[in-house]
Design a protein around this ligand. Structure first.
Ligand code: SF4
Ligand code: SF4
Length: 394
């Protein structure tokens, strides 16, 4: 196992993400499988386990605790998250924190994150009535949080603003980063910003929910010509291993064979060759299916609706690149009169666009995708209910 030094801690570079545990035929988490995966991971040197209050309908924390209980508490690190993005309204933050500690069977968290900061959830995290950041800081003062960070799904502008505003408060930032999102979701720019602020980069979705672990046949065959024995996933992990400020790579493993494959990849750091790296970036380009907006903004000044057209096209590209939830949460953060449905179809933008993009057509389709697509508010309803139950709220 390769390790990283972080504030004097020896962290395995591969971390166990606890959001994708296998389920049995009744729909319950397959605890036997979780135990076997943890045993294999720990034997292979993994010492970091990442869960969150809402994962697996609130059952991830419990399953993780069950699998870890036979190991000494100081032999592993536990990361958990405050679910500010899923609250039904202002709640007793301290009580909710204690619920997570109880479920995880710990009296302190090695790592604790504000979960899922976006342009939308920032209003909750910074909302005075919610009082989240002061309450979380109090837990740190009490010694119940050793290292504080946040997970982030917003844009680069918000990331920069947030880090400037809270300089010195956080020690690490968890972002979605992989060779596809390196450019598609600005992971490179985010990595650079976090590094410039002197914080550690934690990576989630290194294989993009499995998409990069099972590539299209032609893409996979191309990688086989470069390394006949290696799995598609191993290339995705090696791309991240090459980034020196990536301190933690979280993989949401759900079977022992996957743990074993990952352990092989993390046994040593084998930098990508130039040919391997350019093949990955090329494969990523082929997966994007995107509208080629260069963000020159020639179209913006004359838009009677005042729309941020390149940003909206970026959202459209996320929908087309399998990132519908990212797109919809970013659109949620806009005032209604700045969303794509506000486009009046005048066509001035298409007239001036050097890339000949049919902007009104894109806006119309984007408005439809947003109206019909997944919404964070819908997805978080059951999470809000479970918070109400755990805190005995009406
Ligand atoms: S077509 Fe829509 S996006 Fe383009 S300038 Fe007119 S209102 Fe703005
Ligand atoms: S003019 Fe065309 S390329 Fe430039 S920002 Fe507008 S849509 Fe994008």
């Amino acid at each position: 196992m390769i390790y990283n030094d972080f504030k004097g801690l020896k962290l395995s570079r591969l971390g166990f993400g606890c959001m994708r545990f296998a389920k049995d035929e009744t729909g319950a988490i397959d605890q036997g499988c979780v135990n076997a995966m943890f045993d294999a991971a720990i034997a292979g040197g993994v010492n970091y386990f990442d869960t969150a209050y809402p994962y697996l309908d609130g059952k991830s924390e419990l399953a993780m605790a069950e699998a870890l209980k036979k190991y000494p508490r100081d032999s592993y690190f536990v990361a958990d998250k405050f679910p500010g993005h899923s609250l039904p309204g202002p709640v007793d933050n301290s009580a909710l924190f204690e619920v997570s500690m109880r479920k995880c069977g710990v009296d302190y968290f090695d790592f604790y994150l504000l979960h899922n900061i976006t342009e939308w959830s920032i209003k909750v995290y910074e909302g005075e009535a919610y009082h989240i950041i002061p309450d979380v800081l109090k837990k740190k003062e009490e010694g119940k949080i050793r290292h504080l960070g946040f997970s982030f799904h917003g844009g680069v502008k918000l990331l920069e603003e947030f880090l400037n505003k809270y300089e010195g408060l956080f020690e690490f930032v968890q972002i979605q980063c992989n060779y596809l999102d390196w450019t598609l979701q600005d992971a490179k720019a985010k990595y650079d910003i976090i590094t410039r602020h002197g914080l550690g980069v934690w990576v989630m979705e290194p294989c993009r929910g499995g998409k990069l672990a099972k590539l299209r046949e032609a893409d996979s065959a191309r990688l086989r010509t470069l390394d006949p024995q290696a799995s598609d996933a191993s290339f995705a992990f090696r791309f991240l291993q090459d980034l020196p400020n990536v301190k933690m790579i979280l993989s949401g493993m759900n079977e022992v064979a996957q743990v074993e494959d990952n352990l092989r990849t993390f046994a040593s750091h084998r930098p990508l060759s130039e040919a391997e790296r350019s093949a990955l970036l090329d494969i990523a380009e082929g997966m994007k299916n995107s509208v080629p907006c260069t963000a020159c903004r020639y179209c913006c000044a004359g838009c009677p609706a005042g729309l941020d057209i390149p940003f909206l096209i970026e959202c459209y590209n996320w929908y087309k690149g399998d990132s519908a939830l990212t797109a919809s949460t970013r659109l949620d953060g806009l005032d209604e009169n700045r969303r794509p449905a506000a486009c009046v179809g005048c066509g001035q933008c298409a007239h001036v666009c050097p890339q000949s993009i049919d902007v009104p057509g894109v806006m119309a389709e984007l408005a439809k995708l947003y109206a019909e697509g997944p919404k964070w508010a819908d997805m978080s309803r059951s999470r809000q209910d479970s918070i109400r139950r755990d805190l005995n709220m009406k």
